[in-house]
Design a protein around this ligand. Structure first.
Ligand code: NAP
Length: 440
């Protein structure tokens, strides 16, 4: 009997859960190939989850165990589907293909001046400080007094916190040493977090907000007047326990007041970005905000760095259906609409929401759909075996970072950390990662 063969595109939490669940749940022998465009696995666990949240990041240890122990799961890193292999080739060589490639694009504000230097998608900033191989150490020079972050989600808080962290705290993380140094050289004293709606509608979690109150040497500034709710917010808060808890924490912060620290994070609510102003040389110098509830009330905030943290957005391969508005792939119970044998899981399926663990249930739904289809009576497994896809990649001179090669990168990072008294220091450059992985 031939083994079933499933390709999973993306090795982030969603792809890793898919690989694990496919092999755990399948009644028939199954081989799973996990394709990853980066030389390192685990997607947002490695490059998204905040470096100062080691507990959440530690989920990568259980994913590692899955790849270490399951001989029928392969990791094929440094392989980009859509560039090195086409969707048609995957469909030809595998019984099923699950897309779990996340939401790698950003939403924009759509305001005049947004293309000024110094205005970035928060994803770029996060990629930079996480040492993502697509970013460059020189992407950010943290010179200025005030940074503005637009959006009231957890990613906005991650970025605000990282901008205010002390060197000592940053050295407890795995970020590259040159990034620690760039933060050490930062001159930013204030971060202003801007929400277009009132505080009751903040999307970040209470736990993440409370973490700010424990930040070393940083005041958290909230205007008590902003906590006087209008009827829409009051009604929402009455029905929503998370909003009530968050409002109670805002009140606690407002009551605590400021201690006069050199650094601060200030929250501004009910303000919609209107225009980004530049200094005449194309660099951001200020952002104009209008009061959402009273558009004639306009405020100008001088700033040298604007991060828009207004949500991520998915991307589909050419030929796949795509919902432009949601940034997701249309599907029925994870089956991609109109494409037999193609499935979707994670942020590409349900949009950029939820925590890491949310992806397990989402992956299980996709896996059950795959198994129901492949284990239905009369289904015949494909004839192609693993060597054919390997040969195809070799014929295109693709250097595949397999699991052993990733382990070499992993060990190099641990060794680099040990040398300077840190647990791990990530390799930033793709070339360096590939060199350590054995590419010539
Ligand atoms: P998010 O939670 O959806 O927040 C996006 C924010 O952007 C919202 O405040 C939204 O306001 C605002 N926004 C959208 N369009 C805007 C516009 N045109 N102008 C001004 N503001 C705009 O997204 P996220 O922060 O990127 O997080 C993505 C997911 O990852 C979330 O589920 C999050 O919880 C999760 N995450 C979790 C953690 C953690 O657990 N520690 C850390 C990071 C991320 P409106 O509400 O008004 O639309």
């Amino acid at each position: 009997m031939k083994n079933l063969r499933v390709a999973v595109v993306g090795s982030g939490p969603s792809g890793a859960y898919c690989a694990q669940l496919l092999t755990e749940e399948s009644q028939s022998p199954m081989d799973v190939d996990v394709f990853e465009r980066l030389p390192a696995p685990f997607g947002l666990v490695r490059y998204g989850v905040a470096p100062d949240h080691p507990r959440i990041k530690s989920i990568s240890q259980s994913f590692t165990t899955v790849f270490d122990e399951a001989s029928n799961i392969r990791f094929l890193g440094n392989v980009e589907v859509g560039r090195d292999l086409s969707l048609d080739e995957l469909r030809e060589h595998y019984d099923a293909v699950i897309f779990a490639s996340g939401a790698p694009m950003d939403r924009v504000l759509g305001v005049t001046g947004e293309d000024a230097a110094g205005v970035h998608a928060v994803r770029q900033f996060v990629s930079w400080y996480q040492g993502h191989p697509d970013s460059d150490p020189a992407d950010f020079v943290l010179k200025g007094d005030r940074a503005v972050i637009v959006g009231l989600g957890n990613v906005a808080l991650d970025a605000a916190r990282m901008l205010m962290r002390t060197n000592e705290a940053l050295r407890q993380t795995d970020i590259p040493e040159h990034i620690v140094e760039a933060f050490a050289a930062s001159t930013f004293k204030e971060v202003v977090v801007v929400g277009r709606r009132g505080p009751a509608f903040a999307k970040f979690t209470n736990k993440e907000f409370l973490e700010l109150l424990d930040l070393e040497q940083t005041d958290i500034v909230i205007d008590p007047a902003d906590l006087e709710l209008d009827s829409i917010q009051a009604e929402f808060a009455e029905k929503n326990g998370s909003a009530r808890r968050l409002l109670a924490s805002f009140a606690k912060a407002a009551e605590r007041g400021v201690a006069g620290h050199e650094k601060s994070i200030r929250f501004v609510f009910d303000r919609t970005p209107l225009t980004v102003l530049d200094d005449g040389d194309g660099n951001v110098s200020a952002i104009e905000l209008s009061k959402t509830s009273d558009p004639n009330d306009i405020q100008t905030l001088e700033t040298q760095l604007v991060l828009r943290s207004v949500g991520y957005y998915g991307r589909a391969l050419q030929g796949m259906p795509f919902d432009e508005q949601k940034g997701t792939i249309p599907h029925e119970d994870s089956r991609v609409s109109g494409m037999d044998g193609v499935y979707v899981a994670g942020w590409l399926k349900r949009g950029p929401n939820g925590v890491v663990g949310t992806n397990r249930g989402c992956a299980l739904e996709a896996v059950m759909a795959v198994l129901a289809d492949l284990q239905s009576p009369g289904y015949n497994a494909r004839t192609s075996d693993r060597t054919e896809i390997d040969q195809l990649l070799a014929s295109r001179d693709v250097f595949v970072v397999d699991w052993a090669a990733w382990k070499a990168i992993d060990e190099a990072e641990l060794a680099a950390g040990m040398k300077i008294g840190r647990e791990r220091v990530k390799l930033h450059s793709r070339d360096e990662m590939l060199r350590v992985a054995g590419a010539v």
